[in-house]
Write a protein that binds this ligand. Structure first.
Ligand code: 13P
Length: 250
């Protein structure tokens, strides 16, 4: 079955307003024969303008986080309903930086998934093991638990709105990407888990992205894996040329 590829740029907490707008225009104005999806994830405060600038361009806009709560007295938080109301289409949930630096547990992520899907936002759900787990060789058990505790209670209908991103924590921002073999092996494992829980047809439809030090010079090799459906790009998504060259390598 052919799955539509995705190349997504997670800008994290980077770029001034003018830099962000320029990058959005550069990505928008670049015309290609790419028939997959391109998604950018700017900071919250640039989202309204990003949605306007990218209207009808084919480039989609996502947010990097949202509250697990529906609405109310949660100073400083941003709700899924707010994101949806300004035309944001995607949401990243479960990035390792949110898990590690902001204490987001599998349980909290499950709540975020529920609230996001209700509004309805599409979700890029991140999973992946830290270095000590990789060194101990227990990455499959670790990632299984992340999937089981956050994703496996979803209905089939909701699961259709979720893209999985496998991001080994040791590869994020480190310059040390997973080898194409390591990535493919984990992607195949994740697809197998999906098949066990949701059935083979759902597993075959689910897009699984790779993230972690993906760059123009390693993207083509990483994306050749049969179960690798594109990438969630951090650092290299901040430079238009690098991001576009990664899209071209699909
Ligand atoms: P880098 O591409 O900078 O390693 O970041 C990957 C990432 O965390 C994307 O969400």
């Amino acid at each position: 079955m052919s799955r539509k590829k995705i190349i997504a740029g997670n800008w994290k907490m980077n770029l001034s307003h003018s830099e962000a707008m320029q990058l959005i225009r550069d990505v928008r104005d670049w015309k290609s024969g790419f028939d997959g999806e391109v998604i950018v994830f700017p900071s919250f405060i640039y989202l309204t303008e990003a949605v306007a600038l990218l209207k009808d361009s084919g480039v989609k806009v996502g947010a990097q986080n949202c509250s697990a709560k529906e609405s109310g007295a949660f100073t400083g938080e941003v709700s899924a309903a707010m994101l949806s109301s300004i035309g944001v289409e995607y949401l990243i949930i479960g990035h390792s930086e949110r898990r590690e630096l902001f204490g987001e547990t599998n349980e909290v992520l499950k709540e975020k998934l529920k609230v996001a899907l209700r509004h309805p936002l599409k979700v890029v759900f991140c999973c992946g093991e830290p270095l000590d787990i990789r060194q101990a060789g227990t990455q499959e058990e670790y990632v299984s638990k992340q999937l089981e505790e956050s994703l496996f209670a979803l209905s089939d209908e909701d699961m259709l709105q979720v893209v999985i991103a496998y991001e080994p924590v040791w590869a994020i921002g480190s310059g040390l990407n997973a080898t194409p073999e390591q990535a493919q092996q984990m992607h195949a494992f994740i697809r197998g888990k999906m098949a066990e829980q949701f059935g083979k047809a759902m597993a075959l439809q689910t897009r699984i992205l790779y993230g972690g030090s993906c760059k123009p010079d390693n993207a083509a090799a990483l994306f050749r894996g049969a179960d690798v459906d594109g990438g969630l790009i951090g650092g290299a998504s901040l430079k238009a040329n690098d991001f576009i060259s990664i899209i071209q390598s699909v």
